[in-house]
Write a protein that binds this ligand. Structure first.
Ligand code: NDP
Length: 246
């Protein structure tokens, strides 16, 4: 059987939309107290209200994961309030697809800082607490793009390959202390993610492809599966494509 999350505290980054919002909702439904972190605090407040209306517990902490002070104060706020962190879902991400020669270097930097450095820094801040507890679970949302590349995706691929390498190396350091790590690799999911693509041609191609997509809830279920396993079961990696996507 699966383990209830009734005594668990879970931080979800990028909880203001898409996969993060669905994951926070799903973990709260399993009984976890969820900490909602992102920049758009109005969206987080609205989600917290929905979770609490459904009988769950939620705390909103406005966080820009590219800001180290925000990372540290997020962790401090959660430990002050609950004295533990059981689950960290590093989900915040941006996908600024561009052909290399038209790519804006500031978009490279933004993707690396959100998708990779933000995830690394928050993991760095939370893992010592989990080690001290003797258990904890870090779920890092990577992508199919963490395993295979595409034209116009070089910067994004770099960040997601980075997430996979970082997470697997961290696993080798923390697993013996009871800390679990899961890499989640979604295929196409219907969210706001592609709406930020800066290149008009890539955006047009993307919207004309008309591929099958997953719903954010489908990924939330995978994360719930991994995080409700008994402590001795460590789901290291899950690759989830919509049926029909090759
Ligand atoms: P959304 O655009 O709906 O969600 C992205 C989330 O990231 C938002 O909540 C946004 O919140 C947050 N975010 C962006 N920048 C920052 C920042 N600087 N600090 C804190 N939070 C930030 O997209 P998805 O739900 O699809 O994306 C979630 C994750 O899933 C990403 O890592 C993405 O790469 C990954 N993924 C998505 C796929 C898809 O097809 N949709 C496929 C594979 C992986 P706010 O703007 O309020 O800060």
């Amino acid at each position: 059987g699966t383990m209830p999350l009734t005594e668990s505290v879970a931080i979800v980054t990028g909880a203001s939309s898409g996969i993060g919002a669905a994951t926070a909702t799903a973990l709260a439904a399993e009984g976890a107290t969820v900490v909602l972190a992102a920049r758009r605090v109005d969206k987080l407040e609205a989600l917290a209200d929905r979770i609490e209306t459904d009988g769950g517990d939620a705390l909103v902490v406005q966080t820009d994961v590219t800001d180290e002070d925000d990372i540290d104060s997020l962790v401090q706020t959660v430990t002050d309030e609950y004295e533990r962190i059981d689950i960290l879902v590093n989900n915040a991400g941006v996908m600024l697809l561009e052909p290399l020669e038209r790519a804006d270097r500031s978009n490279f930097r933004q993707m690396v800082e959100v998708n990779l450095i933000g995830l690394m820094n928050l993991t760095h801040a939370v893992v010592p607490i989990m080690r001290e507890q003797g258990e904890g679970h870090v779920v890092n949302v990577s992508s199919v793009a963490g395993r295979m590349t595409n034209a116009f995706s070089s910067g994004y691929n770099a960040t997601k390959f980075g997430v996979n390498g970082f997470t697997d190396a961290v696993r080798k350091e923390v697993s013996a202390d009871g800390v679990r790590t899961t890499i989640i690799e979604p295929g196409a999911v219907d969210t706001e993610l592609p709406t930020h693509i800066p290149d008009d041609q890539v955006l047009e191609q993307f919207s004309e492809m008309d591929l099958p997509t997953l719903e954010a809830d489908d990924i939330a279920r995978a994360i719930t599966y991994a995080t409700t396993q008994p402590q001795h079961v460590d789901i290291n990696e899950m690759l989830i494509r919509p049926t029909g996507q090759t």
